[in-house]
Design a protein around this ligand. Structure first.
Ligand code: UD1
Length: 417
């Protein structure tokens, strides 16, 4: 099992080049199935989740090649409509392949993605929307099988909640159909807009992505496409958090400022000085961070659930008490037990975390409980005196490209073994 050794207490300074977004790259890889021709993705982060998505594409008969941050997907047709349970389990976002396979084959079999470290991750909203698009949905023995029954001319779908995954699945399942689909209460996250940009460049007709009302007019075919994945807003929050807890000063390049406005507000409230110019952001943290007003995770453009652990990590040495409320995932606070090992004073009441800032933290042996919780542990280790050992960093490697190299580059004392 790979571990990170971090000697904390150093002020981080320097520049970091931000990676491409995992949460954009994964739906784009699924969307590449819809293209009649080749797909070339630039700025695709080199991550275990991306490699898992590539293995799913290969199992469906696609030729894929990854060279550094470029991924090439060949001009193939799927050779089957089924993703094996083993491949489904490898990655949480594998359910996105449902919409893509249905668009190409008219039928699909996947297994339920099941629970994960953030609590149950149901796909009932995805399946309800898929059935409204004219597919039958059968669930048996853990398998989910969908088949096209008819092609409705006009479909009007309203999601019960603006689910990111369900919105992506509806877009994928609709854009090669014979239907005109109106999706209401759609998710507005930047990753949805990136998916629509990608598909529109290839010839799709999707309007309104990035708002809560998306219209998809089915087309006959999509053609070859080259696309650059948007920057990762949650990884940006992670490096901002690393600068904040170490009283550091970091310049992050290749940021989309529009995507992180709400995150910037929180770091400004903590007393960080933040300036940006085009796609570069510079954050300079004070000697001690301020407490912040109660913050809740919510849908975009609100505070992202994925950045919650990084906000909590930033507050552990702030002056005073801050409260963070998690409203999206029920088991998101598993990582807090690990943060307490550094001496952090955090109490959890159901979905509320109350962080009492302390003056000093000490090195600890901790485990990554999940992707962002693991990143939060790394951030707190950077702010703790002495050596920390972070175990199970495979969780972090699902979403962070070369995190130890990026942090070493800003003078963190960090080693992977
Ligand atoms: C979520 C985040 C997204 C983040 C991603 C990766 C939100 C709204 N979504 O997307 O920003 O990038 O995790 O960590 O912040 N739900 C159902 N039934 C469904 C689908 C969802 O009950 O069919 C529930 C989920 O359990 C959860 C909520 O709706 O409580 C949000 O789900 P959704 O947006 O679909 O999650 P992801 O697509 O994983």
């Amino acid at each position: 099992m790979t571990k990170l050794y971090i000697e904390g207490g150093r002020r981080l300074t320097g520049e970091i080049e931000l990676q491409g977004s995992k949460n954009s790259a994964l739906p784009l890889l699924a969307a590449s199935m819809l293209i009649d021709g080749a797909t070339l993705l630039h700025n695709c982060p080199d991550l275990s989740d991306v490699r898992a998505a590539i293995r799913i594409l290969q199992s469906l008969g696609y030729k894929c090649k990854q060279v550094n941050n470029d991924v090439f997907i060949g001009d193939n047709m799927p050779s089957c409509d089924t993703v094996s349970p083993e491949l489904m389990r490898e990655m949480r976002s594998s359910s996105l392949f449902l919409g893509a396979i249905l668009a190409r084959c008219g039928s699909a079999t996947i297994t339920a993605p099941g629970g994960c470290e953030l609590g149950p991750r149901p796909i009932d909203m995805h399946l309800k929307a898929i059935s409204e698009l004219g597919f039958s949905v059968k669930e048996r023995g853990g398998y989910i099988t969908c088949k096209r029954q008819f092609s409705p001319k006009n479909v009007d779908i309203t999601l019960d909640f603006p689910s990111v995954g369900a919105t992506e699945n509806v877009i994928l399942a609709s854009c090669l159909s014979k239907s005109v689909v109106l999706l209401r209460n759609a998710a507005k996250e930047p990753e949805i807009a990136d998916l629509a940009d990608f598909l529109n460049k290839a010839g799709a007709k999707i309007r309104g992505a990035g708002t809560d009302r998306i219209e998809i007019i089915g087309v006959n075919r999509l053609t070859s496409i080259e696309h650059t994945v948007i920057p990762d807003r949650i990884v940006a929050a992670t490096y901002m958090s690393a600068a904040a807890v170490t009283s550091g000063e970091i310049e992050i390049r290749n940021v989309n400022i529009e995507h992180i406005r709400r995150i910037i507000n929180s770091f400004s409230e903590m007393g960080c000085d933040i300036v940006f110019c085009e796609n570069t952001l510079r954050i300079r943290a004070p000697q001690r961070l301020n407490r912040i007003k109660t913050t809740r995770s919510t849908v975009y453009p609100g505070f992202p659930t994925d950045a919650g652990p990084l906000l909590v990590a930033s507050l552990v040495k702030a002056s005073g008490t801050s409260t963070f409320v998690e409203t999206i995932f029920e088991n998101r606070f598993n990582y807090i037990d690990e943060l307490r090992r550094f001496g952090a004073d955090i109490k959890v009441y159901n979905r509320v975390a109350v962080v009492e800032g302390v003056r000093q933290l000490h090195g600890a042996q901790v485990c990554c409980t999940d992707l962002r919780g693991g990143a939060a542990a790394i951030v707190v280790a950077l702010a703790s005196d002495g050596v920390s050992v972070i175990d199970k960093i495979c969780h972090v490697e699902r979403g962070y490209e070369k995190i130890e190299e990026k942090l070493s580059g800003v003078y963190a004392n960090i080693k992977k073994e």
